[in-house]
Design a protein around this ligand. Sequence first.
Ligand code: NAD
Ligand code: TYD
Length: 339
Amino acid sequence: MTVLVTGGAGFIGSNFVYYMLDKYPTYRIVCVDCLTYAGNMSTLKEAMENPQFVFYKTNICDRKGIYEIFETEKPDVVVNFAAESHVDRSIENPEIFLQTNILGTQVLMDACRQYGITRYHQVSTDEVYGDLPLDRPDLFFTEETPIHTSSPYSSSKASADLLVLAYHRTYGLPVSISRCSNNYGPYHFPEKLIPLMIANALNDKPLPVYGKGENVRDWLYVEDHCKAIDLIIHKGKVGEIYNVGGHNEMRNIDIVKLICQKLGKPESLITYVADRKGHDMRYAIDPTKIHRELGWLPDTKFADGIDKTIAWYLENTDWWEAIISGEYQEYYEKMYTNR
Ligand code: NAD
Ligand code: TYD
């Protein structure tokens, strides 16, 4: 079995690469990533030593390059993680989100049609459902919740989902889609909430909380997301959407305070800054379908996952310090100075 993983040098894709190499030693894992600011070869260092792993530095929008990889590698299954993934960046510059997230998805699916695969899996997000109000804790996103996006990022992901479903209906492409809640864990790029707060706290820098910090996210340890995708590509039904989430809702401010406490840093580092434009209030996934049909349940409780994550950032300072000392500095200044 050959599994083509796009975006494998990023956060979730790399965790999936390691999960698959470990769980299926006979599978060949072909990684395609163009190494944007979010892709990092040091993340794949150990994978590169595994003879079952091969890496192509290719953009998923590059039709010729992608077709050549399909021709050479003949993947059975394609799992598409490659995307522009940061909401704040999508607010600054939507264009690249439309290119990679929508047109890149189209190129991959055209290659799948041309060369034949048994499954194309699209890694999507709960953000396609928009947000839920804070005063209705009884409401959750199900697979039937209408798409109602807020940001250019979520709109581009929703557009891709619609295209994936259209390729199934129109061309019979064997597709599946997972819509997961916020992930956390190793190799998470330090522009996102949890790793940014860990890195800043360790450097005694201000912890920028948007608005009042009351927005709620539903956090899932990244390995549990990888397990869900593994189940879906092997046992999930073609043409289906599966929501993935572990019923772990937390307010941003509580996450930041917890990180301060775990690292022995004062809460006086917390700085309230201008809110994100169009900021979604609450995400909350109902994972009943994937539990009922595929038996998926998360293994890692947040209390353990956050400890593992903090321990990883403490042990792997080289990894994130190299990132924050590079072009990230420019990004940080642009987004946070005088905010
Ligand atoms: P990430 O930004 O950490 O990684 C994205 C990877 O894709 C990087 O390695 C980057 O180099 C690569 N990439 C970007 N554009 C590319 C292109 N045009 N061609 C080839 N490679 C390209 O993102 P992530 O957090 O790992 O998210 C992966 C996927 O999971 C995304 O599709 C995202 O929408 C989805 N998702 C993320 C979360 C989350 O909490 N992070 C939750 C649900 C769904
Ligand atoms: P993020 O990690 O960007 O994920 P998403 O927007 O896709 O959910 O942000 C998580 C939450 O944390 C979101 O409500 C925005 C908030 N946030 C801050 O308060 N400060 C920050 O510096 C960042 C990056 C995010």
